[in-house]
Design a binder for this molecule. Structure first.
Ligand code: GTP
Ligand code: MG
Length: 301
């Protein structure tokens, strides 16, 4: 199955919501004040956010106002407008000399560890060497879970004694990855609620300690957001941005949710670009974020 086909199946619930809604609104109707308002409500209910929904319908109105339109035409136009909105909000790969250190953080259960497993596979596919660091030191099960992903990807996992300081494990891992000329170091962290100050400070400390070895590291800090949480993703992003320099977002669990529109709202509403999306629990279920492909699939084209 091609990756687009796979993405299409995964976004099925979200795209069905939007395309069925568009069909109901625009059967033999004009694009006028009434239908535009209904469309705006549909986009908000599909988690695109009020601001983005208004932006989209205003763009649409510029082109097609008071004309009879088919649902297909509307969906095509929606896809174009959405792609234009998200295009500048895509994270480009930054090449670094030496080891690229990637810190992965987020709220409990958002999919951090799984995303690290998928990222390792993605980078290995590009011929890069990968190492992992288990900085979720609170639970033995967390280290074991990451070990499974390390084994699957045939890469080394750096860990510390039980309950050790996560920052010290990160330090050790960055040192080792640099010494061994590893291309990519993926650092897993414990899940933390974004409103728990002490846990957010612990994350800041991990970032600070890594900088003692390489002032430019972490070269990327990805925030993992669970699409099924919908609008709460915005609050999570704002809190994590205060603790560390978040450079990119990975949105997981887009399969099986009708809330994929939240990706558009996240892209538009914050200064942090989106790096990748998770569409399943398997090692291959990560996709680089691409504007046109995502927009088309979101509206069911
Ligand atoms: N359907 C689906 N499930 C996912 C995806 N990503 C992660 N999961 C599942 O979500 C659950 C939590 O994933 P983890 O990777 O353990 O999440 P975590 O953020 O590391 O969790 P904590 O370390 O406990 O905070 C697991 O059952 C994963 O298989 C995805 O893109 N789609
Ligand atoms: Mg985890």
């Amino acid at each position: 199955m091609s990756w687009l086909q796979n993405l299409k199946n995964s976004l099925g619930k979200s795209s069905a919501k939007i395309s069925d809604g568009v069909r109901e609104i625009f059967v033999k109707k004009k694009l006028d004040g009434q239908t535009l308002e209904e469309l705006e409500e549909l986009l908000i209910s599909a988690d695109l956010g009020a601001e983005t929904a208004l932006l989209i319908t205003s763009e649409l109105a510029k082109q097609k106002f008071e004309r009879e339109v088919s649902p297909e035409e509307i969906r095509r136009e929606l896809a174009k407008i959405i792609a234009k909105i998200i295009e500048p909000c895509i994270k480009q790969e930054n090449e670094v000399p030496g080891t690229k250190v990637i810190l992965v953080c987020g709220v409990n259960g958002n999919g951090k560890t799984t995303t690290i497993g998928k990222l390792a596979n993605f980078y290995k596919g590009q011929g890069k060497s990968v190492m992992m660091a288990a900085c979720d030191t609170f639970r033995a099960a967390a280290v074991e879970q990451l070990q499974v992903w390390a084994d699957r990807n045939a890469c080394e996992l750096i860990k510390g004694p039980a309950n050790s300081d996560p920052a010290s494990v990160a330090f050790k891992a960055v040192e080792k990855a640099n010494a061994e000329n590893i291309d990519i170091l993926l650092i897993d962290t414990a899940g933390r609620l974004h409103n728990k100050d002490n846990l957010m400070q612990e994350l800041s400390k991990i970032e600070r300690v890594i900088k003692k070895i390489d002032i430019n590291a972490p070269h990327d800090s990805f925030l993992v957001l669970d699409a099924t949480t919908g609008q709460n993703a915005h609050a999570q992003l704002e809190s994590f941005k205060k603790a560390i320099n978040i450079t990119g977002i990975v949105v997981t669990k887009l399969d099986g949710t009708a809330k994929a529109g939240v990706v558009v709202a996240l892209a538009k509403g914050h200064s942090v670009p989106i790096y990748a999306i998770g569409i399943g629990e398997g090692i291959d279920d990560l996709r680089p974020f691409k504007a046109e492909g995502f927009a088309k699939n979101l509206v069911g084209l």
